[in-house]
Design a protein around this ligand. Structure first.
Ligand SMILES: [Zn+2]
Length: 273
């Protein structure tokens, strides 16, 4: 198996037996899962998920999403901080750091889209390939065919990167961006992935684990030059601009809010060490 960022062979790192884990993990019948690590960027990926049939993978995802969304079972899985993410997006829009139109790629049942519309009057479209039978009339879903002729100035991916099994999916998210488009990411990104089967982030549907280095490489490959991290939203925005005006805007926001609300860096903000 090759690293989806560096395209070099990965090495075996550790394994987890999901059948000897908690009841939630057991219900997916995954058995022993091997995790491999990239020697260059430290990205970790499940070998078993990469070999899984599409049918099985989609079934696993459907079970998982229905579980967390319909039963709102926050004891098992922490949901993204949607209200904080929506506020982060609203501030970026008001300050013209990002622009509409907005696509929420993998937006599921529209949790974020509903909050953006209701509390910030910000419309967004959603692309979701797994949950097609659960459409809410208030949510603006876009299908795969329409997506081919559309581009967006802001693409949102909350809790998507960790579910990705191949590079193609990541690149298809980027393809939806306009030339100057920005990407918002909410996922866990840290300096190194522990070789530990009891690590909390090894969920049945989490397949790929990114490091700060992986993200720095990806940014370069995709043409992003700078990024902003918002600790409250636990999210990054990747930008194709690096102007001094941007720095001034961020300083003025932090000054107004009287906190380090936004953290800016050329390249990737390696907030989690
Ligand atoms: Zn790598």
């Amino acid at each position: 198996m090759r690293c989806i960022v560096c395209n070099i062979p990965m090495n075996y790192s550790f394994k987890k037996n999901f059948n000897h884990s908690n009841d939630f993990d057991k219900s997916f019948d995954l058995g022993v899962v091997e995790y491999h690590k990239c020697p260059k960027c430290g990205l970790v990926k499940s070998f078993n998920h990469s070999q899984m049939s599409l049918h099985k993978w989609e079934a696993v995802n459907k079970t998982f999403h229905e579980f967390i969304e319909n039963q709102n079972n926050t004891k098992v899985v922490n949901q993204p901080p949607y209200i904080e993410i929506s506020q982060f997006i609203n501030i970026l829009l008001k300050e013209k750091i990002v622009e509409a139109p907005i696509l929420d790629w993998g937006g599921g049942y529209g949790s974020l889209a509903k909050i953006l519309l209701k509390y910030h009057n910000v419309p967004s479209e959603i692309f979701e390939k797994y949950l097609i039978n659960n459409k809410d009339k208030l949510i603006d879903y876009v299908d795969k065919t329409s997506l081919k002729v559309k581009s967006y100035n802001l693409v949102i991916s909350t809790a998507v990167f960790e579910h990705v099994t191949e590079r193609e999916t990541l690149d298809s998210i980027i393809k939806q961006l306009s030339n100057r488009g920005s990407l918002l990411i909410h996922t866990l990104i840290c300096d190194s992935i522990p070789n530990d089967p009891s690590w909390f982030y090894l969920l049945p549907v989490h397949t790929t684990f990114f490091t700060n280095k992986s993200m720095a490489f990806l940014m370069k490959q995709w043409g992003f030059v700078s990024s902003i991290y918002c600790p409250r939203a636990k999210s990054w925005i990747l930008l194709k601009t690096n102007s001094s005006k941007l720095l001034q805007t961020i300083d003025s926001i932090n000054s107004l809010l009287q906190e380090d609300y936004l953290i800016f860096k050329q390249g990737f903000v390696n907030y989690w060490k």
